[in-house]
Design a binder for this molecule. Sequence first.
Ligand code: GTQ
Ligand code: FE2
Length: 351
Amino acid sequence: MNTTTTFHARPEASPELKALYQRLSAKHTAPLWEVLGELVTPQPKAGCAAAMWRYDEVRALLMDAGALISAQDAERRVLALQNPSARGLPQITPTLFAGVQLVMPGETAPTHRHSASALRFVLESGEGAYTAVDGERTTMRAGDFILTPSWTYHDHGNPSDKPAIWLDGLDIPMVNLFSASFAEHHPDEIQPVIRPEGDALSRYGAALLPVEFTPERRSPLLSYPYARSREALDRLQRNGPVDPVHGIKMQYVNPATGGYPMPTIAAFLQLLPKGFETRAYRSTDATVFCAAEGRGTSRVGDESFAWGPRDVFVVPSWTPVTHSAHGEAVLFSFSDRPAQKSLGLWRERRD
Ligand code: GTQ
Ligand code: FE2
């Protein structure tokens, strides 16, 4: 038995054993020794395939959808990015949903809330497109990273004259694995605005928080504007060392705790200097990447993806990845790392 590929080899089944299996099945029982090798593996099974979605193709399809169904009728006009190995299930990895959402000029998407947490990474928007969370409207600008925490009311609107398009990331498959999904509509289709925009962001500039604030609470920051994040990456490139496996990689945090912005999803922004090629890296958290700027090529296991701005690709669990940037490039990414870490499961390897 080769222990690097199999933890348990299936024993030979005699005719008597096979007869027993019939009787077991009739009583809703099964012999573990027949499936143990697939169930308990020495290394993670990938669980999904490496894949890429070209933005120009997804955008064209989304625009076709835009001509046929309104954001209101669809509730959310989203093209789910279905992992090719998931056979029709709307999931990009076994634990994460990703989709590309369109709100056309003049449209609104109705107010609702759900157990699933969501993130947005803005791909295109005219001036004034917004997402509202708990009575605060956040303007969506290209490159912004925006949170919709679990069970917060949210609606979207686009009073501008250009389509608003963004990448959605949600923990829907995880929530459903736990059979813990709830969802409901707000009585108002468009929720009333009760807080000024960027309140938390401006307080963080002054390092002040409301007296009733406790850091166990969800992230007070709902929007992480691209301009600020990009500036931080530039500063680090000027001053700091470049990590051989990551380039210059930062994670978005809840500024009140320094922890993850959501309980289940981590998100990252990473700068690859011009011509930089990363060393191989793997981790147990399957990761969704979206190019924010520039062009490059990523090797994901045996696959190779040449990406440009707004293209999305996915790296399955424990699959070695290397990125090479043609010019200077910036990659946004997200994964279920906080969930794995809180369960004591997360591992990484710098090859
Ligand atoms: O924008 O509220 O892609 O509820 C999937 C479910 C987006 C949203 C998605 C959602 C939303
Ligand atoms: Fe939603």
